[in-house]
Write a protein that binds this ligand. Structure first.
Ligand code: 5GP
Ligand code: ZN
Length: 114
């Protein structure tokens, strides 16, 4: 999957600064932030989307969620609140086919999302 931009970041072929490095997951800031804090939480393994998750991926999913909590605390947004978003497929606007969860915070987030 060497053509995958997020694989290149995970493999450090592209040296995007990481805000979190764990066993199964890394996180880095979105290149086009939609909120003052906008971090992408990305499994090291190439999994195309949430639809491709299998039971054996449970440790990865667990770390994606616990990493979100850790990052929110480090970013100082855990108390004010944050939103976690997983886009799946074209109608939801998924533009990178490597599973990633958005952590958005630092402003009032409208509901429902657009
Ligand atoms: P999606 O639309 O697939 O849910 O989210 C993909 C996100 O990846 C977008 O918010 C986009 O700005 C971000 N993105 C795409 N390419 C890069 C990149 O090379 N570096 C970083 N840091 N973010 C990227
Ligand atoms: Zn990938």
């Amino acid at each position: 999957m060497m053509e995958c931009i997020f694989c290149k970041i995970v493999n450090r072929d592209i040296r995007e600064p990481l805000v979190y490095e764990g066993q199964h997951v890394v996180a880095f800031r979105d290149i086009n932030p939609q909120a003052p804090t906008h971090v992408l939480i990305v499994p090291r393994q190439h999994i195309a989307s949430v639809a491709d998750l299998r039971p054996e991926h449970a440790p990865i999913v667990e770390e994606m969620l616990t990493a979100a909590n850790t990052i929110a605390q480090e970013e100082g947004v855990a108390q004010s609140g944050y939103r976690l978003v997983l886009n799946r497929g074209p109608a939801a606007g998924q533009s990178v086919d490597h599973l990633h969860m958005h952590l958005l915070a630092g402003r009032k987030l409208a509901w429902p999302p657009g």
